[in-house]
Design a protein around this ligand. Structure first.
Ligand code: F6R
Length: 244
């Protein structure tokens, strides 16, 4: 638990930087699972600063984002492709061929094969060294909404009404928020060697309490993280305020 989101974000960014540098020393790629949303913005800002001011290179970094709305054009302002470019990829020296984000432009019938391929690609490069997560007020991680199975893989899902309400501001109204998304599964996330879930603000404190102290249930998908030995919650004091 950190005093504020900024200190917490800097800590997470430095851990990511250490993974990248350790891998560089051994001529290996670092494979990162990335999240979008308000929560990781300051983490990406610190990674950009480390690149610009301290020479941290991302040449050996391969990334897989958790999710993308469906349908979604990558050029749309609300796409997670635009988000990642704006907050990270356009400001660092990553090879864009090493960037993977679920494709919101697929035809429905193309999605199952795409999802299997996403899983295969993660495996092929050695699996995720670290997956960073935010948490939705429904308890979703990625877009694994209530009802998601602990062994779920990358797939097309239906967004919860609360998730769409929370996204309404970005889209200029709930009716413009897509009803579906392509997301890594809980099983996909679980395979990461380290999982770091971040949450800030009092708004997240009820769901953080459920995720950490509540009974494990598909009703709150983040409770499945209780099963993992490799998970850490990084919180600010407000998000942690209801924990006993
Ligand atoms: C984003 C994602 C979501 C968000 C969650 C919290 O890629 O998978 O699970 O992490 O909805 O969003 P923010 O950070 O905007 O509160």
């Amino acid at each position: 638990v950190f005093k504020n989101p900024k200190e917490a974000s800097i800590n997470v960014a430095h851990r990511i930087a250490n993974i990248i540098k350790d891998k560089q020393k051994n001529n290996l790629n670092a494979v990162l699972g990335l999240a979008t949303g308000a929560t990781p913005i300051a983490v990406y800002a610190e990674l950009v600063r480390l690149h610009k001011e301290e020479g941290l290179s991302f040449k050996n970094v391969i990334t897989f984002n958790l999710d993308e709305y469906y349908p979604m054009q990558p050029t749309a302002a609300q796409s997670y492709v635009s988000f990642m470019n704006e907050h990270l990829f356009d400001h660092i020296d990553i090879d864009k061929n090493n960037v993977h984000i679920p494709d919101g432009t697929l035809k429905l019938e193309e999605i199952p094969a795409f999802c299997l391929d996403y899983e295969r690609k993660i495996g092929e490069v050695g699996g995720l060294d670290m997956q960073i997560l935010g948490i939705g007020r429904t308890g979703h991680i990625g877009f694994n909404e209530p009802g998601s199975a602990p062994n779920s893989g990358t797939r097309l899902v239906t967004l919860d009404d609360l998730t769409r309400r929370d996204a309404a501001r970005d889209f200029g109204g709930k009716s413009f928020v897509p009803t579906k998304a392509i997301t890594m599964g809980i099983g996909t996330i679980f395979k990461a060697r380290e999982i770091v879930l971040m949450a800030w603000n009092r708004k997240k404190s009820p769901i953080i309490k459920k995720a950490v102290e509540g009974e494990m249930s598909s009703e709150v998908p983040a409770t499945y993280l209780q099963l993992s030995d490799n998970v850490e919650f990084v919180l600010d004091e407000d998000a942690a305020s209801l924990l006993t």
